[in-house]
Design a protein around this ligand. Structure first.
Ligand code: COA
Length: 153
């Protein structure tokens, strides 16, 4: 089941984030995201196992963060959550942007499968645990592509 994130989900969501990120968001950031952004979670057998945070901005949106609990990865949940979260966006965005670590091949693969493509590189953008920096890949999904596909059906 996919539903909007609530304040009572934040501890679980923050724990998932801590398992997968070297520089995780804080509880405070997740609490703010419930109020300020479109935040969704995916449940498996009644347990929250992933989340997705999208920021609508006028006629666009930014994908700020998403993760699936490591024990549940590789089963299609990330793709389902991303597709459903984009569907739920109320501002009917023309484009959705995101930034992702260049080394994060799983996320890049997921985003490509969901229709995103690379448009730029931001050099030395992300901090690494060893103190060095890593490039960000900037990706975009054009939502008008989805509409044109609908019209072709
Ligand atoms: C990125 C992430 C959300 C993917 O979630 P997931 O549920 O494991 O992904 P899915 O099973 O839905 O896979 C969807 C597609 O992603 C790609 N993918 C997923 N895992 C992959 C891997 N380990 N290597 C390469 N591609 C991968 C594939 O294209 C896959 O499609 P396919 O199964 O048809 O080949 C998950 O790996 C994760 O939480 N990672 C840590 C947090 C993170 O990096 N978040 C994104 C940056 S903010």
């Amino acid at each position: 089941m996919i539903r909007y994130m609530q304040k009572q989900d934040v501890d679980t969501v923050a724990r998932i984030e801590q398992k997968v990120q070297s520089h995780p968001w804080t509880i405070g950031q997740f609490n703010d995201s419930v109020e300020s952004y479109q935040s969704t979670v995916i449940e498996h057998q009644g347990e929250v196992v992933g989340f997705c945070i999208l920021q609508p901005v006028v006629d666009e949106a930014n994908l700020l963060l998403m993760a699936i609990d490591p024990k549940m990865q590789g089963q299609g949940l990330g793709f389902r959550l991303l597709e459903a979260s984009i569907e739920l966006l109320k501002n009917n965005p023309v484009q959705i942007f995101l930034e992702v670590r260049e080394s994060n091949l799983a996320a890049i693969g997921l985003y490509e499968k969901a229709g995103f493509h690379q448009i730029d590189i931001r050099r030395n953008y992300y901090p690494k645990p060893d103190g060095s920096k890593e490039n960000a890949v900037i990706m975009v999904k054009s939502c008008s592509d989805d509409f044109s596909k609908l019209f072709k059906m």
